[in-house]
Design a protein around this ligand. Structure first.
Ligand SMILES: [Zn+2]
Length: 74
């Protein structure tokens, strides 16, 4: 797939494993981050008040630029 310039330069989905990408803060102060595992990309949600991990979901497309995250970049 051909990526647009916006997708190639997207700050939110270009990062290494161990780093965090896109970060969102929910209305009640919890945080969600895009992160990378060997088997793909995930959006993880943390309870920042109790420092606990709440849940994670597998993500196929960058929520910001729409880049397919599980395809090799050309
Ligand atoms: Zn992106």
């Amino acid at each position: 797939m051909k990526l647009t310039e916006k997708q190639k330069d997207c700050f939110y989905c270009h990062f290494e494993q161990g780093e965090l990408g896109l970060e969102l803060t929910t209305h009640d102060g919890n945080k969600a981050n895009l992160f990378k595992n060997p088997d793909g990309y995930y959006l993880g949600v943390w309870n920042t008040h109790h420092h606990k991990f709440i849940e994670e979901i597998n993500i196929d497309y960058c929520p910001k630029c729409g880049r397919p995250l599980n395809e090799e970049e050309e």
